[in-house]
Design a protein around this ligand. Structure first.
Ligand code: CAA
Length: 380
């Protein structure tokens, strides 16, 4: 067993760190205030090869693995969680969906432009009546010759305001087992009968967009179906196994940023005639934050490594997301506490980290769903 990154992985991490510090971090606080979507950051990520990290080179990607993707996402999320989730959803849900479920024609049609950062991807599973119970979705698609005709509304679609390629799960039939009648289809921006509707106003990741999308007699060619009609649900789950590694990476990034901000503040801020970093109460917090964050990072990289090895990784991804999201919330909350009253102000980044961390326990499967997935494996 070797816990060291190899030379190539270190280079990728260093490049991501530089990208995060030079390109993503400046303006992160301002984007949070104005809810300005990080489209420039996404395009710039394309120039670094960060928009098709695990896409094979033959489809225009960087041809790297999920360990590298995780390292990149940790660094980017350290700087800005809104840019981080944009890259996570694009890479680990949208590109991954087309690579996993797509045929040769679909891969060639979409992946090169997505990997170049020209086309932004989104993933749409949830609806008003189905979040955790994903198989209960009702947004419908009826077969009509060579087309599917989509009708209905989907919710919580990350990046929808700027996305070009939407991976959408729809109900093509009502079977005794609900998850059997679900189909995955690619819907392109500009398709007649498809529109991005309400944009949500959120607690955190405010620069990322989260929207409702609406289909009204929307004809999509069957050539856009990923995999088989009626077999979309296992694909949704398989894709989410990878997505959860992305969100775990995001959580690790937020936790790392919380530690860095706390260390800086604790060394600068004086109380009772000394820097507060000299007090045991503060040191104990920093130690706990560091230990938990290291554990979360190791679990995240283990899940990514298993995925790269072609091994089952769903349980490990759920373990990583469970622990990392709790760690991000713990660390960001402690960071605010270390900053005292200053931590409650927009003048310091830690209140943003605390708001951003909250969603990591909710999207791509809540903490409760991760426990359900893990406990099924434990009991199996
Ligand atoms: N990989 C492949 N197939 C899988 C799978 C996996 N990880 N997990 C389940 N399946 C398959 C099963 O084998 C089964 O298939 P068959 O019947 O053909 O054998 C089928 O899927 C149904 O499985 P379950 O009986 O386990 O399904 P369930 O209804 O009990 O649901 C669940 C399981 C874990 C609760 C699932 O619904 C779930 O993960 N819910 C959470 C949904 C979620 O994470 N949503 C996130 C939305 S996306 C988002 O947030 C993105 C964003 O923009 C940031």
């Amino acid at each position: 067993m070797d816990f060291r990154l190899n030379e190539d992985q270190q280079m990728v991490r260093d490049a991501a760190r530089q990208f995060a510090d030079d390109v993503v971090a400046p303006g992160a606080a301002a984007r949070d205030l104005t809810s300005e979507f990080p489209i420039d950051g996404f395009r710039a990520a394309g120039e670094y090869g960060f928009t098709g990290v695990a896409v094979p080179e033959e489809y225009g990607g960087a041809g790297l693995g999920n360990v590298e993707l995780s390292l990149i996402l940790i660094e980017v999320n350290r700087a800005c969680a809104s840019t981080g989730v944009t890259l996570s959803v694009h890479n680990s849900l949208a590109c991954n969906a087309i690579f996993l479920g797509g045929n040769e024609e679909q891969r060639k049609r979409f992946l090169p432009r997505m990997a170049a950062g020209e086309l932004l991807g989104a993933y749409s599973l949830s609806e008003a009546g189905c979040g955790s119970d994903a198989a209960a979705l009702v947004c419908s698609a009826k077969e009509d010759g060579d087309d599917l005709v989509l009708d209905g509304t989907k919710l919580w679609v990350t990046s929808a305001t700027h996305a070009d390629v939407f991976i959408v799960f729809v109900r093509t039939s009502r079977e005794p087992k609900l998850h059997h009648g679900i189909t995955c289809v690619i819907v392109e921006k500009g398709t007649e009968g498809f529109r991005v509707s309400k944009k949500e106003d959120k607690l955190g990741i405010r620069a990322s967009s989260t929207c409702e999308i609406v289909f009204d007699n929307c004809h999509v060619p069957k050539a856009n179906v990923l995999g088989e009609i009626g077999r979309g649900f296992p694909l949704a789950m398989q894709i989410l196994d990878g997505g959860r590694i992305g969100i775990a990476s995001q959580a690790v990034g937020i936790a790392r940023a919380s530690i860095a901000a706390s260390v800086k503040y604790a060394k600068e801020r004086h109380a009772f005639g000394k820097p507060i970093a000299s007090f045991q109460a503060i040191r104990a917090k920093l130690a706990e934050m560091r230990a938990r964050t290291d554990a979360a990072e190791l679990m995240t990289l283990r899940a990514a490594w298993l995925k790269d090895e072609g091994e089952p990784h769903g349980t490990e991804a759920a373990c990583a997301k469970l622990l990392a999201s709790q760690t991000a919330n713990f660390s960001a909350r402690e960071a605010v506490q270390i900053h005292g009253g200053a931590g409650y102000l927009e003048d310091f980044p830690v209140e943003r980290y605390m708001r951003d961390a909250r969603i990591t326990e909710i999207y791509e499967g809540t903490t409760e769903i991760q426990r359900l997935v893990i406990s099924r494996a434990v009991l199996a």
